[in-house]
Design a protein around this ligand. Structure first.
Ligand SMILES: NCc1[nH]cc(CCC(=O)O)c1CC(=O)O
Length: 316
């Protein structure tokens, strides 16, 4: 990197969670590069603008490629040179990027479980027969109805704090499903009482061995223009390698299944020494209510793509 006045512009969405994740990124960058000015630019995405319809509708209505609804405008800002580095929740990033972009780094991952948040404490076991749970994720819908066929599901939109408020105020549904990572990063206790302006709600973890997370859940990804070696070097300097190994494996598995965010797929990984253990679950698509397919494989953590393919092959 040259010696002229150095400046790096970090682009982020404006949601409370996105801002926390941007702050984490900027903090690490400032520590590693005290001589570089780290600047933030907040960008509104299609997904932030269209909170009136379901997420799958947003992609269709707005003509945004698959699940890029939370990233498209950040990528445009990268291309226009308005920002040098885009910070994303990795879960929201499509498994296949346009050729112009590259995910070059990830921050240390937060816990990956899903959390059931309800109006009464007690978690899943305390939810009455026939209760309704709101979620916009097909994976969460399918997994929930597989564990509890009596439950009904409905759609919900909005950022994490908004969803908690909607739950506290709702007459229509009794619970929502959220990522432990997002709640934790926003300062909520995912295993206890959470206060909102509309009242208190209660979180309970769902064991991730029963309820597999989305690929990349809890990870923060840093994206640059392909070929922008300077920005890539900044990002790579703060990369958490064990997280990178895991998310490469998880995203490869999802890519092989050709899944976007609307594919009912769960995947989890665990590193121990030189090995990586992967668990996968795939639900039949559409309105079918068949049994899911599940598999577990263990392999060389140095070859995450190979292990992901083994998991994929064992589910075919
Ligand atoms: N599109 C929603 C989204 N994207 C990332 C997170 C949470 C943080 C994460 O899982 O990385 C959430 C909300 C949720 O699932 O509760």
């Amino acid at each position: 990197m040259s010696n002229e006045a150095k400046r790096l512009v970090v682009g982020t969405r404006g949601s409370a969670l996105a801002l926390v994740q941007a702050e984490m990124t900027e903090g690490l960058l400032r520590e590693a590069f005290p001589d570089t000015e780290i600047v933030r630019k907040v960008i509104k995405t299609t997904g932030d603008r269209r909170t009136d319809v379901s997420l799958s509708e947003v992609a269709k209505v707005e003509g945004v490629f698959d699940k890029g609804v939370f990233i498209k405008e950040l990528e445009t800002a990268l291309i226009d040179g308005e920002i040098d580095l885009a910070v994303h929740s990795l879960k929201d990033v499509p498994t296949v990027l346009e050729d112009t972009f590259e995910i070059v780094s990830v921050l240390e991952r937060a816990p990956v479980a899903d959390v059931l948040v309800t109006k009464q404490p007690g978690g899943l076991d305390a939810l009455p027969q026939g209760a309704t749970v709101a979620t916009s994720s097909v994976r969460r819908q399918k997994m929930l109805q597989w564990l509890r066929p009596d439950l009904k599901v409905c759609d919900i939109r909005g950022n994490v704090p908004t969803r908690l408020e909607k739950l506290a105020a709702s007459e229509e549904f009794d619970g929502i499903l959220l990522a432990q990572a997002g709640l934790k990063r926003l300062g909520y206790d995912p295993e206890g009482k959470m206060s909102t302006d509309e009242g208190d709600v209660y979180g309970a973890l769902i064991a991730p061995d029963k309820f597999l997370p989305a690929a990349g859940q809890g990870a923060v990804a840093l994206e640059v223009r392909k070929g922008d070696e300077s920005s890539a070097a900044y990002a790579k300097a703060i990369c958490h390698e064990p997280t990178m190994t895991r998310i490469v494996a998880e995203r490869e598995f999802l890519r092989l299944l050709d899944g976007g965010c609307h594919t009912p797929v769960g995947v989890s990984t665990e590193l121990s020494g030189d090995t990586i253990k992967m668990n996968g679950i795939v639900f039949p698509e559409g309105d079918e209510t068949g049994e899911p397919k599940m598999a577990e494989v263990t392999g060389d953590a140095g070859a995450p793509l190979v292990v992901a393919r083994e998991l994929f092959d064992s589910l075919k």
